[in-house]
Design a protein around this ligand. Structure first.
Ligand SMILES: [Zn+2]
Length: 549
């Protein structure tokens, strides 16, 4: 009988492909799964007794924004403690590479305070050099990356609101080809954020033709997820068709203000698939987001220094013009702005406001009535007083849509979060990002165990083999011989997300500050134990994954 390095014994094995579990032992040797056999039949130098818990492929989070935070926290703590073993970064048009010296200030403006952290050196002009920097620091999980259209555009032309010249477009194509050669999995856009919102459909098609040469994918935060959601989904599908690239529609839940429920956007996806176009969707299950209040301002002013924004808002004429632009929403702003547009002030709850501590935990509606002031003016006043430090929880998604999306076979589960840890810079000020700490455990707890929205095998498929298939990772996201040993052992009975805070909110907020979930007991990345039941082992076995075509 062979003695393997490590055996995970007595587990209920979920293979990741959507099949019901079976009892088995699983052997790991040199970072790979080498045998799966009936319980009691495999022998290891080291054995971990799964004791009837589930053994599944490590979760693959296909939509995250850990591009810089992974440099600050190499251990990837909030991710791996959820059972995540691979993340895709570079989403929503934002990647930290390529970067050119002439436009480094725009990159700082895009990424905010983290871009000034000592770990974030910005000494990676090319995509290849950025990937080398990532690997050089060591990684708690595997990282795959997209090239962000925003980074390409900033490198070629800064944050200018116009079409690129022919030579600027040529430069963007060359930078994109370089990124694809380095191993980017495709290109992402963020068509509600600057500079993506300044780009035409044709510009994106031209760039996706480069992606197509390398057999990559196009992932998009589409041009509006509310009133314009159907046109925006249609645009993403058209880009994929005209450039011959697979399309991943990011976090595609309709936001408050959408004319329809999720079945309408999913119908467009089904139609495209029916005629042979590869279009898939991801979504996270949180109904809220906690951006800065300035994030709700028109795109061209939202990133200005706080004193400049305050000056604009203090000028009565300019204040009125800004208000009008928000309500008209002609260049569709990101999802949460629908609450401003439609006056849903009871759905905006203040989280941070260092200069106005009395407002924390109250909605804009309540603060406005206490102050005897119009809610829109109250919102602007809080920005004048607190600048970019004012943050609120925007409850802008209906749980009915979350369920519709979860149950659709073409939708995978993502967090839309980033690597965080409850200490140091990544915890200052204490972030409200339940998805970063509790996405995958939350799905298993609330939508599999407590309410049968999904079967366990279907939930695991959407967290593992399906995103692996989308990325072309043939040896991850499944439990079978020769696959990489990215594995999670979890206890569904004890599963508890300690980061999610349901609407309407109570104050003090529930599960905030966030904590790591219960029930994720062991996590292996490339065969190495990173979570051992007690916590993080400090191991950094993660790899930068490169798209190979
Ligand atoms: Zn996005």
């Amino acid at each position: 009988m062979t003695t393997y390095d490590l055996v995970l014994a007595n587990g209920r094995i979920l293979d990741g492909c959507g099949n019901p579990w079976f009892w088995g032992d699983l052997a790991i040797q040199q970072g790979r799964i080498v045998e799966i056999a009936p319980t009691g039949t495999l022998q290891g130098r080291q054995t971990i007794d799964a004791a009837g818990r589930f053994v599944a492929p490590g979760f693959i989070d296909i939509h995250t924004h850990s591009d810089l935070s992974i440099l600050v926290n190499h251990r990837a703590e909030s991710a791996v403690r959820q059972g995540v073993t691979t993340q895709l970064i570079g989403n929503c048009g934002m990647s930290p590479a390529p970067v050119v010296e002439a436009h480094i200030s725009e990159m700082h403006r895009q990424w905010g305070p983290i871009s000034d952290q000592p770990e974030v050196s910005w000494d990676w002009p090319s995509f290849e050099q950025y990937l080398e920097t990532l690997q050089g620091g060591g990684l708690g999980i595997n990282i795959a990356s997209l090239a962000g259209h925003g980074a390409l555009r900033i490198a070629a032309m800064g944050l200018e609101e116009r079409a690129p010249t022919l030579s600027e477009l040529k430069q963007m194509k060359e930078l994109l080809a370089e990124a694809m050669q380095a191993g980017a999995f495709g290109m992402s856009t963020g068509l509600v954020y600057p500079p993506g919102c300044y780009a035409s459909t044709d510009e994106i098609i031209a760039l996706c033709q480069v992606v197509s040469r390398f057999h990559g994918m196009y992932a998009s935060h589409i041009r509006g997820e509310r009133e314009t959601i159907l046109e925006a989904v249609a645009e993403a599908i058209r880009i994929g068709r005209e450039a011959s690239v697979p399309v991943q529609i990011s976090h595609n839940a309709p936001k408050f203000g959408a004319p329809c429920d999720a079945s309408a956007n999913l119908h467009l996806v089904e139609e495209a698939r029916a005629i042979g176009q590869d279009v898939t969707v991801d979504n996270d299950v949180h109904t809220d987001l906690a951006p800065t209040l300035t994030g709700g301002l028109p795109q061209e002013i939202q990133d200005l220094p706080a004193n400049q924004i305050a000056a604009l808002l203090q000028d009565p004429e300019k204040r009125e013009a800004i208000r009008k632009e928000i309500v008209e929403d002609r260049k569709p702003a990101f999802g949460p702005v629908g609450l401003l547009k439609h006056g849903q002030w009871q759905r905006i709850t203040m989280l941070h406001a260092p200069k106005s501590p009395e407002v924390i935990g109250k909605t804009i509606q309540v603060i406005a009535s206490e102050r005897g002031r119009d809610p829109f003016d109250t919102y602007f006043d809080l920005i004048i007083d607190n600048g970019h430090e004012a943050e609120a929880i925007f409850d802008y998604i209906d749980d009915t849509n979350i369920r519709l999306l979860l149950q659709h076979p073409a939708v995978m589960i993502c967090s839309d979060g980033q690597v965080l840890a409850p200490y140091g810079f990544l915890n200052e000020p204490i972030p409200y990002q339940p998805c970063s700490y509790g996405e995958f455990p939350g799905v298993l707890e609330r939508y599999v165990r407590d309410e049968p929205v999904l079967s366990i095998q279907e939930a695991i498929r959407k967290m593992t083999s399906f995103p692996a298939q989308r990325l072309g990772l043939r040896d991850r996201g499944v439990l079978r011989s020769a696959a990489r040993a990215d594995i999670v052992i979890f206890d569904l009975e004890r599963m508890h997300d300690r980061a999610t805070n349901l609407y309407p909110h109570t104050y003090p907020f529930e599960n905030y500050p966030h904590q790591y979930p219960d029930g994720i007991d062991y996590v292996f990345v490339n065969g190495v134990l990173v979570v051992d039941g007690e916590g993080h082992t400090s191991a950094l076995p993660g790899k930068v994954l490169r798209h190979r075509n």
